[in-house]
Write a protein that binds this ligand. Structure first.
Ligand code: ARG
Length: 545
């Protein structure tokens, strides 16, 4: 049973009859004594039927069993207060109650590491947001497929192979650590030396022509690289359904271009191949030396996905600095008449240092994710020396995930360990602590029986129950905008409401058994909700702290 959704659709139907055809603006209220507000009517003050609409809304709400009270203000704000009589039906079975009527098939392209380079700080947000969107969509019953979309083809790889040849490094003796050193050197040499640039381009051609020796070296590089990527991802508790990459669509590019040529969708321009659509700048499909671009690979990847994994929506969780790339990609496939599907660039900002610059190592290099993890781990261990290592690992992931998801994804944020680990701030540590408290109450309650229905008496209990009911709205909002920060903020809100409820009186010492059992039931509902929310954020709850 959903709580607010049926009400929203009833109001929607009513508005539709008066040609008010828009989504119901149903929000949490911060007006005292009200839980929600509906703001749609405010802008219809001069609608010819406004009096009639208001009277119909009045009629609907007065007889609605979900409401305890409501008011329609002079400006047509509708404020409502919920009747909690039925809330057990929702709270006792949240997972089932959240499922959508029309499940969609969603493909999420995120992570996007490049072989030969370690995971770095720049990958953290894509990983966190992508995983959260995966979990959120699964929770409501959408079918989700995740693809890491490895950068495993093209010049960067050719540079590494060419560098090894030049320096007489036997690729077969390489380890992931050694590889990490090589890429920056190869890339620097590529910019400095024309001779090396030429060698790397030759390698790239050999790879594109599937020449055996280079291809074998490439396979070896890819394997050790993937192994080390997987090791880091398992530490951060990430996993992917598909481990495809740019190399997997390389063979599709030539036939794709041939058929686009026939259709007149691409043509030569100064020896380069461009899309014939009217765009400024022209959209480049192949350079004059015949090499393909990042965009070309992404177009072929869409073809591959259409063919092999049908989906309704693709989400690309990629840095906002690639905005133009995705605008061009979506425009181009529309011009190429690809089957109609939804595509969205779920963009995000950077993680900065205290000076507001993207987080780097001390000497200005890219900061590895492993280094960030270890720093965070040591910081937490220092504060809580007697915690089990296993718990510290979970808290490390909590901090790296929660602080990241809390910020609106489009905004940059400063990485500040002191702030992120503050036990009384809006932090991962705070929300972990609240649920540990709740677990302890349940653990220390010895009797077998708990109630099956809440008996709400105090304002603190009511606020917590309403908070828990809001999950439905928050999950919908997070999915609709692909914004996990609503959920992360919500977790803080309900943890805070729980703490207030907890501090109100000592539950286990209560004499009145009925009230005590009702409070325990509310504590259980809180725990079930936090468990689901933790999961949707990609955080593992700890059992002790
Ligand atoms: N490997 C790319 C990079 O490092 C990210 C890939 C994002 N996904 C995509 N389909 N373009 O920038």
């Amino acid at each position: 049973m959903k709580i607010v959704e049926p009400l929203i659709s009833e109001i929607n139907n009513l508005f539709n009859k008066y040609d008010i055809d828009e989504e119901i603006d149903f929000k949490l209220s911060n007006i005292e004594n009200f839980d929600y507000q509906i703001n749609n009517l405010v802008k219809y003050q001069s609608h010819k039927n406004i009096e009639e609409i208001v009277s119909k809304v009045n009629l609907l709400l007065s007889s609605h069993e979900l409401l305890e009270s409501f008011e329609i203000t002079q400006n047509y704000f509708i404020n409502i207060r919920i009747n909690l009589i039925d809330c057990d039906k929702f709270l006792s079975n949240i997972q089932e109650n959240l499922s959508t009527q029309n499940p969609k098939r969603i493909l999420i392209d995120y992570g996007g590491p490049n072989i030969g380079k370690p995971l770095h700080v720049g990958h953290l947000r894509s990983l966190n947001i992508g995983r959260s969107l995966q979990k959120l969509n699964k929770v409501v019953g959408n079918q989700v497929l995740t693809d890491i979309h490895l950068g495993d083809w093209g010049m960067p790889v050719a540079q590494i192979i060419a560098f090894c040849e030049l320096e007489k490094i036997d690729i077969k003796t390489l380890t992931a650590e050694k590889l990490i050193d090589i890429y920056p050197k190869a890339s620097a040499l590529y910019s400095d030396s024309e001779d090396f640039e030429h060698r790397a381009k030759e390698k790239n051609k050999e790879l594109n022509n599937q020449e055996k020796k280079s291809l074998n070296e490439w396979t070896f590089l890819k394997n050790i690289s993937i192994e080390s990527i997987k090791e880091m991802l398992s530490m951060l508790k990430h996993s992917f359904d598909l481990w495809l990459g740019e190399s997997d669509v390389n063979k599709l590019i030539e036939p794709m271009i041939e058929s686009l040529k026939k259709e007149g969708k691409v043509g030569l321009d100064d020896n380069a191949l461009v899309s014939t659509q009217d765009a400024d700048p022209k959209i480049l499909i192949a350079k004059s030396d015949g090499s393909y671009l990042y965009l070309t690979t992404d177009i072929a990847t869409i073809l591959n996905r259409l063919e092999n994994y049908d989906f309704d929506t693709t989400l690309y969780v990629v840095d906002a600095r690639q905005k133009l790339h995705f605008i061009q990609l979506f425009q181009t496939i529309e011009y190429f008449n690809f089957p109609k599907r939804e595509y969205e660039h779920v963009e995000f900002g950077t993680i900065n240092d205290e000076k507001g610059k993207p987080l780097k190592t001390r000497d200005g290099g890219t900061k590895k994710l492993l280094a960030l993890y270890e720093e965070t781990f040591d910081y937490i261990k220092n504060i809580n020396n007697n915690l089990d290592e296993n718990v510290i690992h979970k808290l490390t992931n909590t901090v790296l995930t929660y602080s990241d998801l809390l910020t609106n994804r489009k905004t940059d944020y400063k990485f500040d360990l002191k702030k992120f680990t503050n036990i009384s701030g809006k932090t991962g540590i705070y929300v972990q602590y609240a649920q540990v408290r709740a677990k302890n109450i349940i653990k220390n309650f010895k009797s077998e029986k708990t109630s099956h229905q809440l008996n709400i008496q105090t304002e603190e209990e009511r606020n917590l129950a309403i908070g828990l009911l809001n999950l439905e709205l928050i999950i919908n909002q997070s999915i609709k905008f692909n914004e996990p920060h609503h959920l992360a903020n919500y977790l803080y809100e309900i943890s805070n409401l729980f703490n207030i409820f907890y501090q109100d009186e000592n539950i286990l010492n209560l004499e009145n058994e009925d009230l005590k059992k009702s409070k325990l039931l509310l504590t259980k509902y809180f725990l079930n909700t936090t468990k689901l929310v933790f999961d949707c954020l990609g955080i593992e709850p700890v059992d002790e702290m």
